[in-house]
Design a binder for this molecule. Structure first.
Ligand SMILES: Cc1ncc(COP(=O)(O)O)c(C=O)c1O
Length: 403
């Protein structure tokens, strides 16, 4: 039975300034990649504290170009966590390189750094740690493994604009990092992505690659001299440009980033408190140095004593999780599986012959994770309603099991 309440999984927030922002490029007549994209890039670089930011059409494009710019080629191996959105591994496949999966840690669902070393072979070129759901990875721990092997690190920080580790912004300690501005992220430009780096050559290369490989951008040709002739195209590029309409919206959204982050953090803390006594649920954990951006608030359905189950117990708990999601939906509450175990997806299973249990924590996280509604402006009452609904159904489970 539905109570007529509707609580979405997320809700992007657009105010009057956002609405006006998109009219600036429209009124100017310049709507493709131009000065608004530049301003958006400067805003992101300045917020994160990097020298360069290069906007592209989405985060997957940023990862793809980042890998090419780092020299990844056919036959190379790139280590990625097995519990992440499929785009992380797909970017590696686009380069005809091989993603080498590394399981995640049950502590915070990011790459298990104890296992990372074992994933490295003489063919490894790059490591892509993922700051999943906005939980920043400990880059000094990643570097302890990558540096002795001379490996480059490209951080997938799709969800992590505004996340900090030890006071340092996510992505800034890697050679480069990629953000997403999809509507489920901290700020949105509809679709959109950005690569940040302190490496000028890498930034230049990605700028060129996003624009068909052109040696000079349209804006430069328009503003400068000698723009009548087409520039050189001496590398194979792509059209991964962001539009100025998105750039203008991005600038406007950036001006509210700190407010969005504060509101998400407050809502996450409220869930932490409200969910603390609930059996069957592990709330998101992060180390003391981490300040997550809370792109998502992802809990794990577990055993009654708040412990991770064994592999044998997963199927039963998975049925329970799926039933729970269906019941919450009936109550008007949207939830989502946290993300997926990429090695269990059809393409990767078929191509590399993985079994579910090859990366057990990722497999269990796929089957047992549950993202709760979280967005700027979710009310305390809505969160109480979510938690009370969860409590009702999880308590029901306890009774069923004990008779
Ligand atoms: C961890 C991660 N990487 C990459 C992406 C891809 O981002 P985009 O949709 O902007 O390409 C996402 C999107 O959800 C993501 O969560």
């Amino acid at each position: 039975m539905s109570y007529g309440k509707k609580i979405p999984i997320t809700r992007p927030v657009f105010d009057q300034a956002d609405l006006e922002s998109v009219t600036y490029p429209l009124k100017s007549g310049w709507v493709a990649q131009g000065s608004w994209v530049k301003r958006f890039e400067r805003a992101v670089a300045s917020f994160c504290g990097t020298e360069f930011a290069v906007a592209v059409s989405n985060c997957t494009a940023a990862l793809h170009l980042g890998l090419i710019a780092l020299g990844v080629q056919e036959g190379d191996e790139v280590v990625v966590p097995s519990f992440t959105y499929v785009a992380t591994a797909n970017a590696v496949e686009y380069c005809r390189a091989r993603p080498i999966f590394c399981d995640v840690s049950p502590a915070d669902l990011t790459m298990d750094l104890e296992l990372l070393e074992k994933s490295i072979t003489p063919r490894t070129k790059v490591i892509i740690p993922v700051s999943l759901f906005g939980v920043p990875v400990d880059m000094s721990a990643v570097k302890e493994v990558s540096e002795p092997h001379g490996l480059l690190v490209l951080e997938d920080a799709a969800c992590s604009l505004g996340a900090f580790f030890g006071g340092i912004h996510a992505g800034t300690e890697a050679r480069a990092a990629a953000f997403s501005f999809h509507p489920r992220k901290i700020i949105t430009t509809g679709e959109g992505g950005m690569l940040i780096t302190n490496d000028i050559q890498l930034a230049d290369k990605v700028r060129q690659l996003r624009d068909h490989g052109a040696s000079r951008s349209d804006l430069d040709r328009h503003l400068g001299q000698g723009g009548s002739l087409l520039p050189d195209f001496d590398v194979l590029g792509y059209n991964y440009r962001m539009t100025d309409i998105q750039g203008a919206l991005g600038v406007s959204q950036m001006s509210k980033l700190n407010l969005f982050l504060a509101s998400r953090l407050e809502a996450a803390r409220r869930y932490d408190t409200l969910l603390a006594d609930l059996e069957w649920i592990i709330t998101p954990q992060a180390t003391e140095e981490a300040t997550p951006s809370y792109q998502s608030y992802v809990v794990v359905i577990c055993r009654e004593d708040k412990r991770w189950p064994s592999l044998e117990e997963v199927d039963e708990l998975n049925l329970f999780r799926n039933g729970l999601m269906a019941r919450l939906e009936e109550q008007g509450i949207s939830t989502r599986q946290g993300t997926h175990a990429v090695h269990t997806l059809g393409y990767y299973k078929e191509r590399y012959g993985f079994r579910d249990e090859d990366f057990p924590i990722s497999f269990m996280s796929d089957r047992l994770s549950l993202a709760l509604p979280l967005y700027d402006g979710i009310t305390f009452d809505d969160q109480v309603y979510v938690v009370e609904s969860l409590a009702k159904w999880t308590a029901g489970r306890g009774r069923t099991r004990t008779g």
